[in-house]
Design a protein. Structure first.
Length: 237
């Protein structure tokens, strides 16, 4: 682990009535301790998990639309609203890593084509691969040791089978003791990674919860066990 703590700098905030401080989980943020080499952020859309991850990426010097420290390209409205208000505590500090943002990955892929760097991503344009293949090419070719990786909904392009493939990549890198991952996800498959910390952004604060206590696990498990009953209740009630 490298990043140990994320802290909100209250003295810099001039108004709690403006975004992103109107988000309950961000309002309640004081010091967030990271205890594992793999940390998951979970919560409903709008709960603040992507906002905080984007701010961490900004403080790391990564492109907030996706990329590392050396990726420079223009994307409208890609600035972090929270980056100037948090402090990161490192031991030791690392400067290598990557921020994956699923919703703007197309822009990153176009940037790689523009700078002629496709050879570093498996030898072909990320645009010439399926969405899932391009994500796996990124994980296999760009992710290395002694780095921090921030992934915002990586499952967006991954089938269940490829999510399992990603878990193997995650294991091989994190087991080395030289990689740290923070992953915002809705995937019950990814959340099942052993030994990870799961931080929930629901209910107005950020708290660590067990895998079995996540909505992702409970809803998926209930659906698989009681599919007909579940669908009848939703569709007919």
């Amino acid at each position: 682990m490298f990043l140990k703590r994320i802290e909100l700098q209250e003295d810099k905030i001039t108004s709690h009535d403006t975004y992103p401080f109107t988000i309950p989980a961000i309002q309640s943020l004081q010091k967030l301790e990271l205890k594992s080499s793999v940390t998951f952020f979970v919560g409903e859309n709008g709960s603040g998990k992507s906002t905080l991850m984007e701010a961490v990426a900004d403080k790391c010097g990564f492109h907030t639309a996706g990329g590392g420290r050396n990726n420079t390209y223009d994307v409208e409205a890609s600035e972090s609203a929270l980056g100037d208000y948090i402090r990161l505590s490192w031991l030791p500090k690392v400067t290598s890593g990557f921020f994956l943002r699923a919703e703007s990955f197309y822009n990153f892929a176009s940037h790689i084509d523009a700078v002629g760097a496709a050879d570093s991503y498996g030898g072909q344009s990320l645009h010439n691969q399926s969405h899932g293949e391009s994500f796996l090419s990124l994980f296999l070719n760009r992710f290395h040791k002694k780095a921090i990786y921030l992934l915002d909904e990586p499952e967006a392009a991954l089938s269940p089978q490829r999510q399992l493939s990603f878990l193997r990549i995650l294991h091989d890198l994190s087991a080395s003791g030289e990689c740290q991952f923070i992953i915002a996800t809705h995937s019950p498959i990814l959340l099942g990674y052993p030994g990870a910390s799961i931080l929930s952004f629901d209910d107005g604060d950020i708290q660590e919860i067990d895998y079995e206590d996540t909505d992702h696990y409970q809803i998926t498990s209930y659906f698989l066990k009681h599919r007909e009953k579940f669908l009848k209740k939703i569709l007919e009630d």
